[in-house]
Design a protein around this ligand. Sequence first.
Ligand code: URA
Length: 420
Amino acid sequence: MNIIDIINKTKRSEALSDEEIKWLVAGFTDGNIPDHQMSAWLMAVCFNGLTERETFSLTMAMRDSGDVLDLSGFGKITVDKHSTGGVGDKTSLIIGPAAAACGVAVPKMSGRGLGHTGGTIDKLESIPGYRTDLSFDEFSDIVRKTGFSIISQTGKICPADKKIYSLRNVTGTVDSIPLICASIMSKKLAMNADCILLDVKYGSGAFMKTKEEAQVLASLMEKIGRYAGKKCRAMITDMNDPLGSNIGNALEVAEAVEILQGRKKGVLYELCMDITANMLELAGKGSLSECRTMAEEAVSSGKALDILRRTIELQGGDGRICDDISLLPKARFSHEIRASHDIKILSVNSSEIGMASLILGAGRLSAGDSVDMSAGIVMNCHAGDMVSEGDVLMTLYSSVCSDFSEAAVRAYRAVSFCSI
Ligand code: URA
């Protein structure tokens, strides 16, 4: 086989065989195919796409570049969930304990964030003492005890994706639906849970800007999951407004705890209950409406919060944050943005709010950057709200940045409103 023939075939929209795709992925992962040739192939995919069969072969070749986990020892159906990411998305911290409280196992591996705000692992590391670098045996032991654990993804899962994704990031080849699908699904299939629930987001703060694009990605990911023998379902959800009120690592953990304490309802709570219900239905726990009731009871009874507390403690963290969120890191500086007159909020641009959080220190621009766990934004306003002159629209927090001018301008511009 020859890399130039492979690049030319994709350039001419001729389908590659399974063997050619396996050879390409293995060759790039072990260093025999250099970055410039892989970049040329990735760009050809961006222009011409891949067939479903090619996307499936690419996903499986990437999955098989590393370990495929054995989750059969939990004695329960295992359910994984993946969200394509957005601003203020702390759903994993809520749906994991809620689904576990209803009798399924939720073993999850997540990543650190690049851009806007931290990833799920950054959020969890804002809990004092919480360890995310557990061995597979430690991880399994916690899932056996509580039904739920989240650790950081080891280098042994999909090394091909790690290498390809780094190259896509610097070659303008991230926004290709088959490449996104293969990247996400190879990691989900390597985790190897029985059921996979995908939350595909669209809107200003998401990879997919329109609902139509999200539908194409969702349907492709569902098919690839099912071809691989999994129960797989994709939900399509709106990521135009930030999800919930809090954006930033410790602030998002605090909001997740408030939801599990039953003290906060609204869009985030509703989405988490819908996701949990879909996970439970996929796992055969009942009809969708029965599963929704089970999910709500898991929260109202306090069982989901107990699971989060026990999991945090077993991972070395301070479980008392589940009763007292003031034990989470607190910012040294804060800044309020108030309404200058009476207004109606028309929309809040998540992407801009994410960028303001990044300026405050809540996210990272390059992989090695450190993150300010206390930084972020608490939104007091959402699309449709009427706000009176002088009311606080949002509060900005940071421990590393005491000059709020740049972040405040960006955050204020994110809110579009009309006078009333
Ligand atoms: N998330 C991933 O893991 N991969 C992509 O390509 C895009 C989002």
